[in-house]
Ligand binder design. Structure first.
Ligand code: GDP
Length: 419
């Protein structure tokens, strides 16, 4: 089974509080008929209880979110939607400042970011920061809903002002596909149906733009060689071992010459097992089990690689999105989790902080909550890494606070492409 298909689009949502993100997602789900009758009834009841009169669509998502948060803590609420041409996985990331870390979790596997902003206030600092993180995480396409057009009397001029702002930032961040769409999530204009209130706008609705966007970018982005981070070593009944993990970067085949790292053992794939069957090729996203020609002592956290080889690193220079409550400082000790491996690290140096307004690097010796910066980390045990721009899986890591076990940072090996 392939984990991702071409018609599956993964999107992360981005927007500052109150710009209308919940309402827009609610509108998308209602107008494409994704909700069950009892869910709609619950929204009607909640709207009446709060005395908001009409159906308040933000209850659709806020209500579902609250429902799902009971009992278990979730960082990102995933929602699924299907239209005749597409399946969507929507990572609904809360817009509050303190949720930047969750936004990064949602964006790290996204093909596209759906951005909602208020036409009156334009691009807020928080939205700029989230777009910056999405770009860092390899998102290349954005669909921007310039929302609340009803509040500016459907003014083309007001829309154009925001378009200019968005296009300037998009150029700086290097997004390849940018759709900017005037909407009223509240009234339903241009979310699913096109709008008669906006005769001057001839482009797609939000749904049209989502349906025509390229899916599977996440899998296609990496082309620089196949990797299998070893998750389990399995002992076979007749003797010998096989190595299980999820394939990324490119597919692996029986007969491929591969290198086991960090041991640097050159060998060959003699068999691939998937779900109890022998197969000849393991494609990207597949959790496969691989037999090698040589006996090795490889274990969890090692990597089987083909094509241009990844680096074995004792030190990494990385771009860091810091979410910790206390600042990140030089000399600090943390745990780094990279693919299937965890190792203690020490912050060797902080090499700068990104100024979100100018998209430039300033000097700094610390990073505080929500800062994005550059740092050099010293690793207790070597890890096998690629540059993030070459491979989103083997180029990314998270940092964990040793005392609290909380994830305090997302890291990308190498420097951001827009710096
Ligand atoms: P979120 O914090 O981004 O999820 O924002 P919500 O979806 O909760 O919306 C915040 C407020 O803006 C709510 O009172 C909505 O009813 C209102 N709102 C959302 N979209 C629109 C819109 O297109 N036009 C107008 N006038 N109000 C809107």
């Amino acid at each position: 089974m392939e984990l991702a298909t071409k018609d599956l689009l993964r999107l992360a949502t981005i927007g500052s509080v109150d710009d209308g993100k919940s309402t827009l997602i609610g509108r998308l789900l209602v107008d494409t008929r994704q909700l069950f009758d009892d869910q709609i009834d619950a929204v009607v009841a909640a709207s009446e209880k709060r005395g908001v009169g009409d159906l308040d669509l933000s209850f659709v998502t806020d209500g579902l979110r609250a429902e799902r948060e009971q009992g278990i803590t979730i960082d990102v609420a995933y929602r699924y939607a299907t239209t005749p041409t597409r399946k969507f996985i929507i990572a609904d990331c809360p817009g509050h400042v303190q949720y930047t870390g969750n936004m990064a979790t949602g964006a790290s596997t996204a093909d596209l970011a759906l951005v909602v902003l208020d036409v009156v206030s334009g691009l807020k600092e928080q939205t700029r920061r989230h777009l910056c993180i999405a770009a860092l995480l390899g998102v290349r396409s954005i669909v921007v809903a310039v929302n609340k057009m009803d509040m500016v009397d459907w003014s083309a001029l007001a829309f154009q002002r925001v378009v200019d702002e968005v296009e300037t930032l998009s150029r700086q961040l290097g997004f390849e596909s940018v759709h900017v769409i005037p909407t009223s999530a509240l009234l339903g204009d241009n979310v699913v149906e096109s709008s008669s209130n906006l005769p001057w706008y001839r482009g797609p609705s939000v749904l049209d733009a989502l349906e025509s966007s390229e899916a599977g970018a996440w899998e296609q982005a990496a082309t620089l060689g196949a990797r299998l981070p070893v998750q389990w070593v399995l002992r076979q009944p007749g003797g010998g071992r096989t190595y299980a993990g999820m394939v990324c970067g490119d597919s692996l085949h029986v007969g491929d010459r591969v290198t086991l790292l960090p041991a640097n053992v050159e060998t060959m794939i003699t068999g691939i097992n998937f779900g109890g069957e022998s197969i000849l090729e393991a494609s990207v996203g597949m959790a496969a089990d691989i037999a090698l020609a040589h006996e090795t002592s490889a274990g969890r956290g090692d990597m089987i690689a083909a094509g241009p080889l990844p680096r074995v690193a004792n030190e990494v220079v990385a771009t860091i999105c810091w979410f910790g409550e206390r600042p990140l400082t030089v000399g600090q000790r943390l745990r780094l989790k990279h693919t299937t491996k965890v190792t203690p690290v020490r912050v060797k140096s902080i090499n700068g902080i990104i100024d979100i307004a100018r998209l430039d690097v300033d000097e700094s010796t610390t990073l505080t909550t929500n800062d994005i910066g550059l740092a050099t980390l010293q690793l207790a045990h070597p890890v096998v890494v690629d540059d993030y721009r070459a491979n989103r899986v083997t180029g990314s890591f998270v940092l964990i606070d040793e005392a609290t076990n909380a994830t305090v940072a997302a890291g990308m090996v190498g420097h951001a492409s827009f710096l």
